[in-house]
Design a protein around this ligand. Structure first.
Ligand code: NAI
Ligand code: 2YC
Ligand code: MG
Length: 264
């Protein structure tokens, strides 16, 4: 799985503030407000314990600190354990954490120790980035959406779009994956060669750059893309006045926390 690098996280604090503003402009919801709407839950002064994990590729510089920034940016009480791994887990629980955040190379999870709720970053990231497009007020009537990248983040996004009655067009470099998704869900296979089509709403979750070509863009398109690196070039953003929602970790983390909060 594509892992974050400290460089990806270097600009996270600004990216979180900028994207929160853009989301409010596009949807009339703050990110916080949108998460409340999507999950029907609300924070209740939970203490959030962040545990650095040394498994696999090991500690990613500033990963835990970035999680703490996101938790505090949204007004919540968090701490990073001094110990890592199992000792860190023990420390978090004995220090009264209500919710645990921790990640190895295969999963980044939130676990609410009080209500037992469990959230997975890739599922919650796909869902919230899709919900941002579904709630974009300019195109609330436009049902067409293009999903590029049908992996662990893109697939929950497809499910979210379908639950919101969108017309979902899907593309992936792996044609077998397109066929798998098309056999499981009522989606349209997007084939730029056979039938080129442009979209106001585009979702991208791939580990590649330049996956969004000019032919799929309209003036003022919105691209909601957790994919790192960014899948659309500066030149096309400029040329079509594209609004891009992209942030490396905080948006997905807030979605995970709302997925494990108690019902509002
Ligand atoms: P994945 O490996 O499960 O899925 C990626 C999919 O993209 C695969 O189906 C692959 O065939 C497809 N793909 C690769 N290159 C492509 C191209 N050029 N055009 C079209 N499709 C292409 O990966 P996952 O877990 O879904 O993550 C996707 C991206 O999202 C990664 O870059 C990951 O780092 C990032 N990510 C970002 C988060 C955030 O909060 N911003 C959170 C989690 C993941
Ligand atoms: O510092 C630590 O505790 C490391 N064990 C964290 C490893 C995170 C690896 N996962 C990722 O980089 C990606 C992110 C996009 C979020 C989900 N997976
Ligand atoms: Mg994010």
């Amino acid at each position: 799985m594509a892992l974050l690098t400290p460089e990806d996280l270097a600009n996270m604090t600004n990216a979180l503030v900028e994207n929160d503003r853009l989301i409010a402009e596009l949807t009339d919801y703050s990110l916080d407000g949108l998460c409340r709407k999507v999950y029907g839950t609300a924070p209740n002064k939970e203490k959030i314990g962040i545990i650095p994990v040394t498994a696999g590729g090991g500690i990613i510089g500033s990963f835990s600190e970035s999680l703490l920034f996101a938790v505090q940016h949204f007004g919540m009480d968090g701490f990073i354990t001094e110990n890592t791994d199992v000792a860190g887990y023990y420390e978090a629980v004995t220090k009264g954490a209500d919710i645990i955040l921790m990640a190895d190379d295969l999963a980044y999870i939130a676990h609410n120790l009080r209500n037992g709720k469990l959230a997975h970053n890739q599922i919650c990231t796909g869902r919230i980035y899709a919900e941002i497009l579904c709630n974009a007020k300019d195109y609330i009537d436009g049902k067409d959406v293009l999903v590029i990248g049908l992996g662990k983040v893109g697939t929950p996004a497809v499910e979210t779009f379908l639950n919101k009655k969108q017309n979902v067009y899907v593309f992936d470099v792996d044609s077998k994956r397109i066929d798998e998704i098309a056999s499981m869900y009522p989606v349209f296979k997007y084939n730029p060669e056979k039938e080129p089509k442009s979209f106001f709403k585009i979702f991208e979750a791939t580990p590649c750059a330049d996956t969004i070509c000019e032919s799929v863009l309209k003036e003022n398109s919105i691209v909601s893309t957790p994919g790192i690196p960014r899948g659309i070039s500066d030149e096309l953003i400029e040329k079509y006045n594209v609004r891009v929602v992209l942030e490396p970790l905080g948006i997905g983390t807030l979605s995970m926390l709302y997925a494990v909060f108690d019902s509002a």
